[in-house]
Write a protein that binds this ligand. Structure first.
Ligand code: WTA
Length: 747
């Protein structure tokens, strides 16, 4: 550490030529020295020391004022600097340290990402670090490879190696399970126990013929067995494809068939908010569909395995009614009794796929995002460690579902590769009451808590006493992910939940990016509500003008692109590289296009303004409008539909559906309800249209294209400036729509 500090000091004097920066630098210099005292916390007392430091940091920023920082000058200055360190620092404690390392990561990515890879254990350490091409116009085309001759195993890195390096790790708690019902017995699973179960389940997969490279669909509730399932796949080199437990049978079927899974892992039931979710029976329905005829094995974890037989819960009545297909369906726990505990990890190439995760796109068919082994783990592991300032002994809790990327990267792979203790929470924030999150925090003495703005907004709608009656003293860091966090919610999270002492880590990233991309690093610099602040190491952002497609110089607002590759990024779409290139690399040749709008301020801070394509982000779920339209159009009474989003304070966006009925169908309240139901049934219960607007027609261009721009303006509502509508076949429809829309105020 000392040599890193020396380096930073040298570096500072190097750039002190820039007099205007000098005051800022001295400030950071001082705060860095004091923070030296408080690293490597291993017990609760020391954790509190860290919290006290945070409090000082934030109290100096009352009113969230920022020191103006000229980031460009730092970048230029560092080209003369030399990096004396042979490995990455344990922590990033100040803006100075960030900037030094950031410059290195941009100017010499090979060196930076080699050091990052050294944090993992490899069977063969890569000699090639980066080999990437973003420009589709080149002979090579878009092609992304990191650590391509490296060999490692993700499961080994998340479990075995901690024990191999230090045998006491086997007794350390890896996963704390917090069940839906607070009174139900919780489990603490140690690294030793988790490794034992993963090896056994990996052997069960092998017994059922699963081999390296095979795809396995996982449809599980938020239980420890879900972690076992994923890690077991990683151990034997099978590619997992997790489907969120809320998706309907037909959506699961679509995802099973797209990646050609022959084995499905599920659970008999799931419990959420006191309700029973019959997952196995949804799989039964899915497998009755023709496209799933290749599935030969279903491994079923029992939700109440090991509990007393007389435990009563919302699923009790349904337990005896499970359909069972002999020869296809097997109880996972019973199978685990038939195999041994010895299962050596498969040696995987760094570029072998680790998993596929489907995400909504602007067209109907979901995209099977492919993440690979070495780059993904290097990236999620490093981001987790730095941004959450994880210290040995900390208890970390992320409330995401395992079915989404946040669950993959920051419940399982990021935390476990850092030997962290991670909480798996089965329930919802409002059950049995709205204090639940904070009771769980107190119960498990959670230090780092990561959730979505939607949850925060739904909780802040209730009296603060539901928060303040809990202690939350263990909390040190609060994270946010999934949607823009509005400043009201940010402030409430900061002042009420965090007692104005915990920094808010607003992390911007995507399923496609694998890990966090723009984010504060806890305690390293000052925060600003609703700003994800600065790019992570190796991430160079670039704004473009939507209409001219020209690059913009900050401060400015535009479409957000990333200039060069980072190890955690998706490599392709499953069996559809062409669509991968079309969606992410064609809009701005040579750049990765995020699909998000962004404002970069004078101080370099980034504020994400939301999606610029046809994907809605509602309560943290990405929903492609095309998928909803397809679901509506399937209804016998519907001729066509157009779905757009509007701003919603609680859910980030609301879903507005314009529906044209067939001539023989009459609009009615019943039909409205029926359409909502059929969308929920087709896609999943997490997709709920807010407004169904029946209309005789839609605004269309002469070539028949629906003018969504106008529909968006109508529902926003912002009807004062509709732009040119003269190209519409029937401009009068616009007036009609405005008149009938419940979102426009008209006299
Ligand atoms: C949005 C979730 C603002 C954004 C990890 C992105 C955010 C999409 C933030 C990806 C944030 C995510 N601030 N917007 N901190 N985090 N988003 O693939 O529009 O489920 O493109 O990945 O969520 O959602 P996804």
């Amino acid at each position: 550490m000392t040599s890193l500090l020396n380096f930073v000091y040298t570096y500072i004097s190097d750039i002190a030529r820039s007099a205007s920066l000098f005051n800022t630098l001295s400030t950071f210099h001082t705060s860095k020295s004091s923070s030296k005292l408080s690293h490597n916390f291993t017990n609760n007392n020391e954790i509190h020391t860290s919290a006290a430091r945070t409090s000082t940091l934030l109290s100096t920023s009352t009113g969230f004022q920022l020191n103006p920082i000229n980031i460009t000058s730092y970048r230029l200055a560092s080209t003369n600097s030399t990096w004396n360190e042979s490995s990455l620092p344990d922590k990033i404690k100040s803006l100075d340290e960030y900037k030094a390392l950031y410059d290195l990561s941009i100017n010499d990515p090979e060196r930076f990402w080699k050091m990052a890879a050294e944090r993992l254990d490899w069977y063969r350490f890569p000699t090639k670090i980066k080999n990437t091409e973003f420009d589709y116009r080149t002979d090579r085309g878009v092609d992304i490879k990191w650590y391509e001759d490296g060999i490692l195993n993700v499961c080994y890195n998340c479990l075995d190696r901690h024990i191999d390096h230090d045998s006491s790790a086997s007794k350390q708690v890896a996963v704390v399970f917090e069940p839906d019902t607070p009174t139900e017995t919780r489990h603490h699973v140690t690294y030793g126990e988790l490794l034992r179960d993963v090896k056994k389940f990996a052997n069960v997969l092998k017994k059922h013929g699963v081999k390296k490279g095979d795809r396995v669909t996982v449809y599980m509730p938020m239980v420890v067995d879900a972690c076992v399932a994923l890690l077991a796949c990683a151990r034997i080199g099978a590619i997992h494809s997790v489907v969120f437990g809320g998706f309907s049978a037909s959506n699961v079927a679509e995802r099973i068939s797209d990646c050609d899974s022959t084995v499905v892992i599920t659970s008999d039931f799931g419990l959420r908010g006191g309700k029973c979710s019959p997952l196995k029976s949804k799989i039964d329905q899915a497998l009755k569909m023709k496209q799933c005829s290749n599935v030969r094995t279903v491994l079923v974890f029992e939700r109440n395995y090991g509990n007393n037989a007389d435990v009563k819960d919302a699923c009790s009545d349904q337990r005896g009614t499970l359909e069972w297909k002999e020869g296809r369906d097997f109880w996972a726990h019973k199978e685990m009794e038939t195999v041994n505990e010895n299962c050596p990890p498969e040696k995987m190439n760094a570029e072998d796929p680790l998993f596929i995760l489907y995400t909504s796109g602007s067209t109907g068919k979901p995209k099977g995002i492919v993440h690979t082994t070495g780059g993904y783990l290097t990236y999620t592991s490093l981001t987790f460690k730095y941004i959450f300032d994880y210290n040995p002994g900390d208890v970390y809790m992320c409330t995401a579902d395992i079915g989404w990327i946040t669950g993959h990267s920051y419940i399982i792979y990021g935390p476990l590769s850092n030997r962290a203790t991670t909480v798996v929470f089965e329930g919802v924030p409002t059950y049995p009451d709205v204090s639940r999150f904070w009771n769980v925090v107190d119960k498990h003495q959670v230090n780092i808590f990561y959730t979505a703005p939607t949850a925060i907004r739904s909780l802040m709608a209730h009296d603060d006493k539901y928060v303040t009656k809990t202690s939350r003293q263990s909390l040190r860091i609060l994270g946010s992910v999934g949607e823009p966090i509005n400043s009201e919610a940010w402030k409430w999270y900061h002042s009420v939940v965090g007692d104005s002492r915990c920094p808010i880590i607003d992390t911007w990233w995507q399923t496609e990016t694998g890990g966090v991309m723009i984010t504060p690093i806890a305690n390293a610099w000052e925060l600003e509500p609703s700003s994800a602040t600065l790019p992570f190491f190796g991430i160079k952002t670039q704004l473009f003008d939507k209409s001219t497609k020209k690059p913009l110089t900050p401060p400015n607002t535009g479409e957000l692109c990333i200039q060069d590759s980072w190890p955690g990024q998706a490599r392709s779409l499953y069996r559809n590289h062409e669509r991968f290139v079309d969606v992410y690399f064609k809009q701005y040749p040579g750049y990765y296009f995020t699909g998000d709008g962004c404002e970069i301020k004078k101080n370099g801070y980034h504020c994400i303004t939301g999606r610029v394509d046809d994907v809605l982000v509602i309560s943290g779920h990405n929903i492609g409008t095309a998928e909803v339209e397809a679901a509506l159009n399937e209804h016998a009474g519907v001729s066509e539909s157009a779905v757009v989003g509007y701003p919603d304070k609680k859910k980030n966006q609301g879903m507005y559906c314009f529906v044209v009925l067939k001539d023989d169908t009459k609009e009615s309240e019943e039909l409205r309800k029926d359409l909502i139901k059929s969308v929920r049934n087709t896609i999943g219960a997490h997709v709920n249209p807010d407004v169904i607007h029946f209309t005789p027609d839609l605004p269309k261009t002469r070539s028949g294209k629906i003018m969504r721009r106008i529909l968006r303006k109508i529902v926003e509502p912002d009807t004062s400036n509709l732009g040119d509508i003269s190209t519409l076949t029937d401009p009068s429809i616009v007036k009609e729509l405005i008149k009938k829309s419940p979102r426009t105020k008209h006299s």
